[in-house]
Design a protein. Structure first.
Length: 343
């Protein structure tokens, strides 16, 4: 098929054929760009089109020819804070690359961003770690060609659960509790208990600006219990399994840190390690290690056959990386974060 003639249209989530073609495109991209990872599930992709938290506005644009989706752009736009930015995913089917589709989609995204009053576009590109695996690096070349400098660099790590040395984790866990005596561990599945919601909201806000962010233009978040509950509900509505843990200082009742792992509905291979943070007042007491090990074990109880967990860390985040390596995560690829300030 010729790609000379294609149009850019918004997605209609109820257009079955178009959504099928989008899912097919996403699966083709994943199989080509990340061959060792689970393919996007049709169920999950459909639910994502329908259920989004209030804290984010989403626009999706498709490059379509003869009813087939050749490429797509998703603009995630924070709605409560960071009103200046667009968090972009942009992908073109492997067999249709280098024909200008990415460029046309990106021009469209930048036009939409400007119309919506947003002046910063942030997106992501893969760089292979030469000693691990060679992956397609088109995104990195494309970003450079389109005026998107690298502003931060993260490593994606993967923890293959069958390879974890559980005896070593037992040892680490026991050691860690010696330094964390008095703290209380609270775990949950789904919605966090009311007693920790306030503290969780506070730490969720910090998560935006506490970890290293390089030269990314990220600004403080506005986060309260209502937002926390709404974001939880959006995930639960999509059938996501959400496993969380906090450590709490029982004296003050303060939530000192939290971590969360999510698994998509029907996902039999992959879990994603989401945010983890320990409040600066409580650092240096191995709370991060406790949270990570406890929640990883909670995941193993709920999904014993699951194969691996993935997570991303800034290359500058030595403490988090140290904990992740200790609990079994290993480097897999480098993700470059690229950013353009629109004139
Ligand atoms: C990045 C991506 C969207 C580009 O889509 P595309 O339709 O192939 O892009 P274009 O044809 O418009 O490419 C524009 C320019 O980018 C550069 N470029 C794109 N891919 C490249 C590659 N593999 N190697 C070198 N330069 C490349 C070139 O300068 C190209 O112009 P040219 O073909 O005239 O030399 C596509 O490769 C993709 O889906 N990659 C995986 C997802 C991804 O990395 N997205 C993040 C983008 S920051």
């Amino acid at each position: 098929m010729s790609t000379a003639e294609f149009e850019i249209i918004p997605i209609d989530p109820f257009d079955k054929d178009l959504v099928d073609s989008l899912i097919d495109a996403k699966r083709a991209v994943q199989a080509h760009d990340f061959p060792d990872f689970a393919l996007p599930s049709p169920v999950v992709e459909r639910l994502r089109l329908l259920l989004v938290a209030d804290s984010i506005k989403v626009e999706r644009w498709l490059a379509v020819a003869d009813g087939q989706v050749l490429g797509y752009a998703q603009l995630d736009m924070p709605a409560k804070d960071n009103l200046h930015m667009v968090d972009l995913s942009l992908e073109v089917r492997p067999e249709h690359r280098r024909r200008g589709i990415g460029t046309r989609l990106l021009e469209h995204v930048e036009r939409r961003a400007a119309e919506l009053g947003r002046d910063t576009v942030i997106t992501y590109a893969t760089e292979s770690l030469q000693d691990v695996v060679r992956l397609d690096e088109s995104g990195r070349h494309f970003a450079a060609a389109r005026g998107y400098p690298v502003v931060e660099s993260e490593i994606l790590r993967r923890n293959v659960l069958a390879d974890v040395d559980e005896d070593e984790l037992d040892r680490l866990y026991a050691e860690a509790w010696k330094k964390a005596e008095g703290y209380e561990l609270i775990e949950w599945v789904g919605e966090a208990p009311d007693e920790v919601a306030e503290g969780l909201a506070h730490l969720n806000a910090r998560m935006w600006t506490d970890p290293p962010t390089g030269d990314m233009d990220i600004r403080p978040a506005v986060y309260d219990v209502a937002r926390l509950r709404d974001e939880e509900r959006a995930l639960l509505g999509r059938g996501v399994l959400r496993l969380g843990a906090v450590v709490r200082d029982p004296e003050s009742g303060e939530v000192a840190g939290f971590t969360v792992i999510v698994v998509d509905p029907g996902g039999e291979a992959e879990a994603v390690q989401g945010d983890t943070i320990v409040d600066p007042k409580h650092r240096g007491k191995r709370l991060g290690t406790i949270l990570k090990i406890a929640n990883q074990r909670q995941l193993r109880r709920y999904r014993p056959m699951l194969r691996y967990v993935i997570t991303w860390n800034s290359e500058a985040n030595d403490h988090m990386i140290g904990i992740n390596e200790a609990v079994g995560y290993r480097r897999y690829l480098r993700e470059l974060i690229v950013q353009k300030k629109l004139a």
